[in-house]
Ligand binder design. Structure first.
Ligand SMILES: Nc1ncnc2c1ncn2[C@@H]1O[C@H](COP(=O)(O)OP(=O)(O)OP(=O)(O)O)[C@@H](O)[C@H]1O
Ligand SMILES: [Mg+2]
Length: 469
């Protein structure tokens, strides 16, 4: 459908106008060619006739008596006989003499003679002769005192001239036709090179819309259309990756939700009706309570994430002490680290400058990062936390671990939502995305340095509050 309309538009707007111009020029050239050739022929006969008349007038003044023989000799020895024929005509309209020597029988009735007789001067005619030949003729009436010849007439054949004019006009029209054909073919080729890829792009986009990202557009040329194909292909790749990540996210979140629910359900059923074992009861209640806590944390994280996505994530900023929040986060994980046989070392500095920030959110970031450090370390690992102040006005917190590390290919992507480099550990893949967003909302940075198999360091920098007091 698009092809028809682009081609049609081009045919009407572009080719139509150009063809009209070419056509107009061809008509103009044809008219000019005809005008030029017939004009010069007419000029020739008129000028010749004038010379002849003035020659005759000259010789009449010299010897009026022998004038008729003067006319005779002029006709008989007419020098331009290959170009034209000179005739002497009697007062009855009959041809008396011709420069070709052949004297036709008929009485003259053509327009040149009629006009010359009527005006008593000269007459001009262009058209068919009595014998059907194309001619141009001039007749000039001679004064009656010139004797037996009442007029002289110069006739030139137009057959040759007509052929020449027709030849040039045909050339002009052939050239015009060739130009229009060339414009049509090259234009159609050009339009095809646009319309066909555009149609393919449309078809492919329609399949994308149906959720099929496996198709790609074949790139033909390295031009704007080719670039568009590349962009669309790239878009398909990104969409497919996002789609895969979303599915992965849904499955890992469901999994994450199911694990604590299974524990809670299991313990609830076990405890149902149990009254005689207070130790087991207390253990079961603890599990239920901690798993519920985990579930609500996860739901909070998901809600935070969704708030970030639709721009409703806000901070409640106040002057705050980073060390207090960091200390809290370390304390929360001290027990867990000990259970998993991971050494958690925290070099707590005396004090740090205050920052302006949302302390709950900042603590959430520390929890996320320490959680990752422990989660992605194995038994016997070391997680060390350092805090300090930089020369350029930042508070810097480094969380290093000796865990599994992150491959260079994954490293640039792990801060993006849903991205999980390690599928052996639990997690929804949004912790770092949320942490990074929180830190950048504070005007800070969150950088990750990692070597696979060696360990990871997360470096968080937060700007120190400007002290106006
Ligand atoms: N300290 C680390 N060591 C090794 N890999 C890490 C570390 N921190 C993050 N990662 C990698 O980065 C990915 C993204 O981390 P992120 O915290 O965003 O998600 P998660 O821990 O999988 O899930 P969530 O934190 O939402 O429960 C992780 O899946 C993991 O592969
Ligand atoms: Mg995490």
């Amino acid at each position: 459908m698009s092809k028809v309309s682009i081609t049609k538009r081009w045919l009407v707007n572009n080719l139509g106008v150009s063809a009209a111009v070419v056509f107009f020029v061809a008509v103009l050239l044809s008219v000019l060619i005809r005008g030029y050739y017939y004009g010069s022929a007419k000029q020739y006969v008129n000028a010749k006739m004038n010379t002849l008349i003035s020659m005759l007038q000259g010789s009449y003044q010299d010897s009026p008596t022998g004038f008729a023989s003067e006319v005779k000799s002029m006709v008989e020895s007419f020098p331009d006989r290959n170009k034209a024929e000179l005739m002497a005509i009697g007062s009855d309209g009959k041809i008396k003499l011709t420069s070709s020597g052949f004297v036709p029988e008929y009485t003259l009735g053509l327009q040149d003679y009629k006009d010359a007789v009527a005006s008593g001067n000269t007459g001009f005619y262009m058209g068919r002769s009595e014998s059907g030949e194309g001619i141009m003729a001039v007749t000039a009436i001679t004064p009656s005192r010139w004797g037996e010849f009442s007029a002289i007439r110069l006739v030139t054949s137009l057959d040759e001239l007509n052929r020449t004019v027709a030849f040039y006009v045909i050339i002009v029209w052939l050239a015009a036709f060739a130009i229009i054909m060339f414009m049509l073919l090259s234009g159609l080729y050009f339009i095809k090179s646009i319309a066909i890829p555009v149609r393919q792009i449309g078809q492919t986009a329609r399949r994308f819309a149906k959720g099929d990202f496996s198709v790609r557009i074949a790139k033909k040329n390295d031009d704007e259309i080719g670039e568009l194909c590349d962009i669309i292909n790239h878009m398909a790749e990104e969409l497919a990756a996002a789609e895969a990540m979303k599915n992965e996210f849904i499955s890992s979140v469901s999994h994450e939700l199911r694990t604590p629910l299974t524990a809670i359900k299991g313990w609830a059923e076990t405890l149902d009706g149990m009254t005689d074992d207070p130790a087991a009861m207390s253990k079961g209640m603890k599990v239920i309570s901690s798993e519920t806590e985990r579930l609500s944390q996860m739901v909070e994280e998901l809600l935070d994430f969704s708030r970030i996505q639709n721009g409703r994530f806000t901070l409640v900023k106040a002057t705050m002490d980073v060390l207090a929040e960091l200390g809290d986060a370390v304390l929360i994980y001290a027990e867990k680290a000990r259970k998993e046989d991971i050494e958690l070392v925290y070099d707590e500095p005396e004090m740090l400058p205050f920052i302006s920030g949302d302390k709950n959110r900042i603590r959430q970031v520390f929890i996320n990062v320490i959680d990752n450090a422990i989660k992605y370390s194995d038994k016997g690992g070391l997680v060390s936390i350092q805090a300090g102040e930089t020369d350029d006005g930042f508070v810097e917190i480094d969380v290093s671990d000796t865990g599994c590390g992150i491959s260079p290919a994954d490293l640039p992507k792990i801060k993006t939502k849903f991205y999980k480099a390690n599928h052996t550990r639990r997690g929804s893949g949004i912790g770092l995305a949320v942490a990074d967003e929180i830190i950048s909302m504070h005007g800070g940075t969150l950088d990750i340095i990692s070597e696979q198999g060696v360990g990871t360091t997360v470096i968080i920098r937060l700007p120190i509050e400007k002290n106006e007091g």
